[in-house]
Design a protein around this ligand. Structure first.
Ligand code: ADQ
Length: 489
C-alpha cells in the first residue's frame, strides 16, 4: 500500500501512557536534555516496524511557563514524543492520589485506604475529579494530533477514563486499552466508589486487553455484575455494541538480553561475579521496592531455609536488588525500613566476619550489569503478592542458556500462567513452602533443571514483546473492521 507521493504507507500508532519513555531535565530557560528510559513498553514498540509510532504522555516534570513548554515540546518531537503538561496540583491528586493510592493497591488486592475513612471519602471525590480532568487533558492532546486512520492505544490504570473521552470526541477513532496490572475479582472492584463510571469508560474502547485470561474474565464479570450487561465469548455487549475483551500476554525483547551476554564488558563482569561468589550458590531477587513484590516475605522464607538447612549456611548467598519507588510515601518508607531491619537481623544471625548471607541493594542496576547478574544466578526468586505479569522472570530465563538455573515464581504473578510448567510455583504468603522450594531448587538435578529451563526458554524467546504489540494492534484493526461490517448489515 502506498501514499500518493510513492512512500510506503505505514499506519500511525499513537501510544498514550501516563509517562513518556524519556526523562527530561531542564538545562536553561529554553533548553532541555532528554534521556530515553528503556522500559518494557518502549522496547516492545521499538521492535514493531510496521507502524509509525508517536508517544503521548506526561514528561514527569512540572513546566509552568510557556517558554519552557514550547522548548520541551520541540525537543520531544525529535524523539517522536508529544507531551501532556500537568500542573503540580493535578499530579498530586490524579497521579499520587487516585492512581497510586487508590487504583494500584485495589487492583493488587490490597484494598482501599483504611485510615481516616471520612477524610479518605472526601479526598476520594476530589481525586477522582482530578483523575477525570487529567484523562481529558490527555484526550485533548490526542485529539489535536490524531489523523484519520490512526490507531490509538491507551495504556494502564492511569488512563481508564480516556477511551470514553476519545470516543465522545470522535466515535470513529480506533481505540484500544491495555491494562498492565491485574484486573481484580469483581468482588474487589465493586468496592470502588467510581466502579461503574470506570467500567463504562473502558467499554467505550473497541478492544480491551489484559495479560491473562483470568484478568479478562474478572473484567467481564465486573461488567456483568456491576453494570448488568452481557458477557459474550468475544467480550461485552451493550445495546448492540460489542467491546472485544481478550488476553494478550506481554513478552520481552529476548534477543536484546541474549546479545548483551556476548558483550566483552558483560563477560568480564560475569567472570568477576563468579570469582566473588565462588563456592557459593547465587540466589537473586530484582524488584521495584513495592508492597506488591513480596520482598519481606521472600527474605523471611530465605531465613527459614537457613534455619532449617544449616549445611547450606555458608554455601549460598541471596542478592536482592530493589529499586526504590515512591520514596516520599510513608507506607513505602515503612516498607524500606522493614526490609532493612529483616536483612540486618538475618545477616547478624547467619553471617560471619568474612561473608553475609544477604546482599541487599536499594538501587537500580544498569542494563548490562543486570544481564551479568541474571547469567550467574542459580536460583531466581520472584515472590510477588500480585503482579500483572512480571518481566523479571522472563529476563532471568533469557539469560540462562548456559547455566539453566531454577525460577521460583509466585503463583500470583501473571507469568505463572506462561512459565508455570518450567518454574517452581509458590504461594508467597506461605513462608514454609517457599523455604522448601529453595531447598528443592538448590538440590535439583542437572537433567531436571535443563528440562524446566528449555520449557521456559522456548516460551520467552517465542512470545516476544514485539509479537505482543503486533497482535494487539492487528486485533484492534480487525475488531473495528468487523464492527463496521456488523453495522452495515
Ligand atoms: P513492574 O511492576 O515495573 O511493571 P516488571 O514486569 O517486573 O514490574 O518490570 C520491571 C522492570 O524493571 C524489568 O524490566 C526489570 O529489569 C526492571 N528492574 C526492576 N528492578 C530493577 C533494578 N533493581 N535495577 C534495574 N532494573 C530493574 C508493570 C506491572 C508488571 C508487568 C509490567 C509490564 O506491574 O506486572 O509485567 O508492567 O506489563
Amino acid at each position: 500500500c502506498e501514499r500518493q507521493d510513492g512512500r510506503p504507507f505505514r499506519q500511525r500508532l499513537l501510544v498514550v501512557a501516563n509517562r513518556l519513555p524519556v526523562s527530561a531535565v531542564r538545562r536553561g530557560e529554553d533548553s532541555w536534555s532528554l534521556e530515553i528510559s528503556a522500559g518494557g513498553l518502549v522496547t516492545a514498540l521499538l521492535g514493531v516496524k510496521e507502524f509509525e509510532t508517536r508517544w503521548i504522555g506526561w514528561a514527569g516534570v512540572n513546566v509552568p511557563d510557556e517558554i519552557g513548554q514550547k522548548a520541551l515540546t520541540k525537543a520531544l518531537a525529535e524523539k517522536w514524543c508529544i507531551p501532556v503538561f500537568l500542573d503540580e496540583e493535578i499530579v498530586h491528586q490524579y497521579y499520587n492520589g487516585y492512581c497510586n493510592n487508590i487504583l494500584w493497591p485495589l487492583f493488587h488486592y490490597l484494598g482501599l485506604p483504611q485510615e481516616d475513612r471520612l477524610a479518605t471519602t472526601r479526598s476520594f471525590q476530589s481525586q477522582f475529579a482530578a483523575y477525570k480532568k487529567a484523562n481529558q487533558m490527555f484526550a485533548d492532546v490526542v485529539n489535536m494530533h490524531y489523523e484519520e486512520g490512526d490507531v490509538v492505544w491507551c495504556h494502564d490504570y492511569h488512563l481508564m477514563y480516556l477511551p470514553e473521552c476519545l470516543k465522545n470526541h470522535n466515535n470513529n477513532m480506533k481505540v484500544g486499552w491495555f491494562l498492565h496490572t491485574p484486573f481484580p475479582s469483581s468482588e474487589i472492584h465493586r468496592t470502588l466508589p467510581s466502579r461503574s463510571e470506570l467500567l463504562r469508560s473502558v467499554l467505550a474502547a473497541d478492544l480491551v486487553g489484559f495479560h491473562t485470561y483470568d484478568y479478562a474474565r474478572h473484567f467481564v464479570s465486573a461488567c456483568t455484575r456491576i453494570l448488568g450487561i452481557e458477557g459474550t465469548p468475544e467480550g461485552v455487549e451493550d445495546q448492540g455494541r460489542l467491546t472485544r475483551v481478550a488476553a494478550f500476554p506481554i513478552g520481552i525483547d529476548s534477543l536484546r538480553f541474549q546479545n548483551a551476554l556476548l558483550v566483552p564488558q558483560v563477560q568480564e563482569h560475569i567472570k568477576e561475579l563468579k570469582e566473588r561468589f565462588s563456592g557459593r550458590k547465587v540466589m537473586l531477587g530484582v524488584d521495584r521496592l513495592d508492597m506488591i513484590k513480596g520482598i519481606p516475605q521472600k527474605i523471611l522464607a530465605f531465613e527459614k531455609f537457613l534455619e532449617e538447612n544449616p549445611n547450606w549456611r555458608d554455601k549460598v548467598v541471596l542478592l536482592q536488588i530493589a529499586v526504590p519507588t515512591r520514596t516520599d510515601v510513608p507506607e513505602y518508607q515503612k516498607l524500606t525500613s522493614q526490609v532493612h531491619e529483616i536483612v540486618g537481623r538475618i545477616n547478624g544471625r547467619f553471617g560471619s566476619l568474612t561473608a553475609v548471607p544477604i546482599h541487599h541493594l536499594d538501587r537500580s542496576l544498569d542494563f548490562l550489569a543486570l544481564c551479568a547478574l541474571y547469567a550467574v544466578t542459580d536460583v531466581a526468586l520472584v515472590t510477588s503478592l500480585r503482579d500483572g505479569m512480571n518481566l523479571v522472570s522472563y529476563e532471568f530465563v533469557a539469560c540462562q542458556e548456559a547455566k539453566k538455573g531454577v525460577l521460583i515464581l509466585s503463583e500470583f504473578a501473571g507469568a505463572a500462567q506462561s512459565l508455570g510448567a518450567g518454574a517452581i510455583l509458590v504461594n508467597p504468603w506461605n513462608i514454609t513452602e517457599v523455604a522448601n522450594s529453595i531447598a528443592l531448587a538448590l538440590n535439583m538435578s542437572a537433567e531436571e533443571r535443563e528440562k524446566r529451563h528449555q520449557h521456559n526458554f522456548h516460551h520467552v524467546t517465542k512470545h516476544t514483546a514485539q509479537e505482543w504489540a503486533e497482535m494487539f494492534v492487528s486485533e484492534l484493526n480487525d475488531t473495528v473492521v468487523e464492527a463496521q461490517l456488523r453495522t452495515s448489515k
